[in-house]
Design a protein around this ligand. Structure first.
Ligand code: GDP
Ligand code: GDP
Length: 433
């Protein structure tokens, strides 16, 4: 999916526009998941084209005295990692030195840039916007993020510039992405995994843009690795900023089938790793958790079990995920990690025949039917798996609206018990029949 980044100095209105763009969708997400969200990242669509929006401003703290340096880094990353850039300026304040700096960076990039003049709340301000021609970025769009005027025109033009959805890759090889905080050991893991260059089979040719997949053949498995940690191109920007890893993760997660979420055993499953985990879950990707640097942890008999339980509690309600303790340093369980990722990939592409689903699940449903609601009985008649890339199941019944979340979770758990879906988010829908 395409990524659109909103850049600009603080207080021009980036978050306001971001919220306006993803509002509608967030409401839908909220109703179904109830999980904490990363507030600076969301999906939206316009004219039937879906894309991801990133509010880069959310990563700058203390918005009054931000260093130019910080903004510049974000712009450089946005240029590298997104498909289209919205550069926002503020008609109230006019052009500032910071705006000029950002414009200089953007003029040198070959990504499409939209200059967006915000806070044009009334017709009288339209004329004031002409001063922004001086930034040397050509045409601009005027809008008011607060009242929404002008956003339609901007979005029309924006979706025109989005690359077409990538055609499905010819090969059906698993696409893995290794994601996590800086310093978790991702690059070391990838190096251990792929060994020398001779294991690289080929760069899979991208259809509409630079490919970020490389094909590997290792341990008897063939897979594509989605480039994340900058193994192939080191960016000029230092890796220790949160924004960097989030931006990289978003892109990698969007492009993979299975996310290998790596954490540093000495730091645990902390907030930033949790964000990445939920990002993968929300994108309905397969997930494997690797707890790396296990060699650094003082161990007693119960240490691993307790560590694992702590992580699982933080993953609720999606706890059916493999957790593997590894040490890249000692080459411990590296093979197991990749083998598990392949299994998760297979679980995600699993198709269960309608006859089998019904044979297994209908008797269970008979024994534990949905609770009556307002004295009405729900009768589930049959179940089928939908033809989607990831597991989704439709339960056909007389009164779908009366089946509440707890019962849907019960059905999901039964699906997990009866058919192995470890590591894979699954969706359960009630449909009218
Ligand atoms: P960010 O730091 O770039 O993310 O900016 P915010 O979205 O936090 O907005 C900064 C301030 O500008 C807030 O007080 C917003 O209410 C205000 N603002 C945002 N968009 C508009 C707009 O279209 N018109 C006006 N008048 N104010 C706006
Ligand atoms: P990345 O930023 O996630 O790519 O992390 P790196 O692969 O650059 O690793 C960060 C640091 O952790 C380096 O100094 C590695 O040598 C070290 N490291 C990686 N894996 C292990 C491990 O299993 N055990 C220990 N003790 N150190 C590790």
């Amino acid at each position: 999916m395409s990524i659109v980044a909103i850049v600009g100095r603080p207080n021009v209105g980036k978050s306001t526009l971001f919220n306006r763009l993803i509002q509608r969708r967030e409401a839908i997400v909220d109703a179904t998941s109830g999980v904490t969200r990363d507030r600076h990242y969301g999906k939206t669509d316009w004219n039937g084209k879906e894309f991801t929006v990133i509010d880069t401003g959310g990563y700058v703290k203390g918005s009054d005295d931000v260093f130019q340096d910080e903004i510049d880094k974000q712009v450089v990353l946005a240029i590298e990692e997104s498909d289209v850039i919205l550069f926002m300026v503020d008609v109230e304040s006019g052009i500032t030195g910071m705006d000029e700096d950002v414009a200089n960076l953007l003029r040198r990039s070959d990504k499409p840039v939209f200059l967006v003049v915000n806070k044009v709340d009334s017709a009288t301000r339209v004329a004031d916007a002409t001063e922004f021609y001086a930034l040397g970025l050509g045409e601009y769009y005027t809008l008011s993020s607060i009242n929404g005027s002008g956003t339609g025109e901007l979005l029309d033009a924006l979706v025109e510039k989005l690359p077409n959805e990538e055609e499905k890759e010819e090969d059906e090889l698993p696409r893995f992405a290794v994601v996590g905080r800086p310093n978790a050991g991702k690059s070391s893991f990838i190096n251990a995994l792929i060994g020398k260059d001779r294991y690289i089979v080929t760069d899979v040719a991208g259809t509409t843009r630079d490919s970020i997949d490389t094909r590997y053949n290792r341990f008897g498995f063939e897979f594509n690795l989605v480039d994340t940690a900058g193994i192939r191109r080191k960016t000029k920007v230092k890796e220790d900023i949160e924004f960097y890893s989030v931006m990289r993760s978003v892109r990698a997660i969007e492009h993979c089938d299975v996310c290998i979420v790596m954490l540093d055993a000495t730091r645990g499953f902390d907030g930033q790793v949790q964000n990445i985990f939920w990002l993968a879950e929300r994108n309905r990707k397969g997930i494997v958790i690797l707890v790396n640097k296990w060699d650094l942890v003082e161990k007693e008999t119960q240490t691993m079990k307790e560590y694992e339980e702590t992580i699982r509690r933080q993953m609720e309600p999606f706890t059916d995920v493999p957790i593997i303790f590894i040490s890249v340093l000692n080459k411990q369980r590296i093979y197991k990690a990749i083998e598990t990722a392949v299994e998760v990939y297979q679980n995600r592409s699993k198709r269960i025949k309608t006859s089998e689903l019904n044979e297994v699940l209908l008797p269970i449903i008979d024994r534990y039917p949905p609770p009556a609601y307002k004295a009405k009985y729900v009768k589930i008649k049959f179940i089928t798996q939908l033809p989607t890339p990831q597991p989704q199941f439709a339960f056909f019944c007389n009164l779908p609206q009366y089946v509440k979340d707890p019962y849907k979770r019960f059905l999901e758990n039964k699906l997990r018990e009866e058919f192995d879906f470890t590591g894979v988010p699954i969706s359960v829908y009630m449909r009218k029949k």
